[in-house]
Design a protein around this ligand. Sequence first.
Ligand code: NDP
Ligand code: BG6
Length: 490
Amino acid sequence: MVAKTVPVDPFDLVVFGGTGDLAARKLFPALFHRYQAGQVPEGARIIGAARGEMTQEAFRHHTRTAIEQFVDSTDRPKADVDGFIAMMDYVQVDALSNAGWAELGNRLDGHADRVHAFYLSVAPGFFGPICDRIREAGLVTPATRLVVEKPLGRDQESARALNRQLSETFEEGQIYRIDHYLGKETVQNLMALRFANALFEPLWNSHHVDHVQITAAESVAVGKRGAYYDRNGAMRDMVQNHLLQLLCLTAMEPPAKSSPDAVRDEKLKVLKALKPLTVAEIEEDVVRGQYAAGSDVPSYLDEAGDPNSRTESFVAMKIGIENWRWAGTPFYIRTGKRLRTRASEIVIRFKDAPHSIFDAGVGKLLGNELVIRLQPDEGIQLRLNIKDPGPGGMRIVSAPLDMSFAEGLGRSIRMPDAYERLLMDVVRGDQTLFMRGDEVEAAWAWIDPILEACAEGAAAPHTYEAGGDGPSDSLMLMHRDGRRWREIGA
Ligand code: NDP
Ligand code: BG6
């Protein structure tokens, strides 16, 4: 069962790069699920656009194959797939020439009053040229929306240039910058947990929180993406966007309302309050790593195709936030490829009880821990100290109160993929879960000096075991502060 849905008005979604990997693996399966849920109305159109010559029939066949490959067989009755692909159309368009633009205009012409969303699922070098041609072809109306996805620049300067380029054609209110982590169910639940409950907010500050841990661990390696990845590394691929966004949502002040700009203003304030790291602090507080070869898997250097690469496949960092709420409470973040398991979570570790009324022998009173699990098994866990049950006197043990979101309401719910929510938000015109241009620039502004120092030799990558927890120095990062990471996938 999937949660209830509100249908939207008929729309046209043009997917530039509609024959590519992202469209096949993520976008079309997500739209298919929304169609199945009854949210995509009769008359909506999904138009693939790319250079390849393809008939409408061939594109529908291509989409059917993608659905068959990327949607579980039990979730795709033939009638649903038939109905979905009947919405698909294809236009041959070249981002870099005039070829196909008039035809695209013709296809959109009859429906000028509806939402037209242009999803740029193409390499970022095409973003500017495609926007220019959309404008020159007269395809921009107030109901036009543009969707772009990372990489959104590779430093502050290029991010600024990209923002300028997009703004030549679109208003900020028309630009939807996707960070798919913001569409994850638990990330939205983080806002509900914090701002729909009076329980946590009074404790959500440095008086009560000892530290915060954010982990996004992956068991997969860089694999075939070696060349792309080696130009970016974990800092650009994961930290600048996904991890900093999670940090912002954890640390931000309560927005006055859940409107897009109220939320994004608060996230921006957090990004601007991140403590800049000096080169000496980068040596101390940033740990970078590269995975070694395992018994039957290649090393990072082999997959990157460069034996001298200094690009990191793992990062752990200690981050300070310089504001009243968080001064003195460090945020530790880590992410890496080829780790023990796939597990992403946010851990709020509260301070120890200030005084124990119990005898020393009852066991250690550990600080309470709130674990917000993003994946797998989205949910929350609160670790409390309780009496070990039984007659043998008072012994205190730490035990979890655990709730899986899929089962928390007493009924089993399929957890939607992040793109399902985000794509429908584009159609609905809700930018809350999308990054504003100034946020992207602020995140780069903080990270640029770290990237520069690393490029010049600071925090040289340490080799770590494939299938492990990352470099031992990342464990030391917390040990030396008298703290420890929660075990990956615990
Ligand atoms: P692919 O290489 O698989 O697909 C690229 C698409 O762009 C193809 O449909 C290609 O078709 C089209 N294309 C290339 N040149 C032109 C052109 N001149 N005019 C019009 N269309 C063109 O890339 P991905 O789908 O993997 O990635 C797309 C973007 O999404 C990239 O920026 C990537 O970084 C980003 N991204 C991808 C993720 C993924 O999981 N794949 C995840 C997150 C971001 P044709 O050659 O026929 O024109
Ligand atoms: C992408 C990164 O943005 O996020 C990938 O480019 C990474 O390297 C992926 O694997 C992780 O996403 P998820 O949803 O699987 O945690």
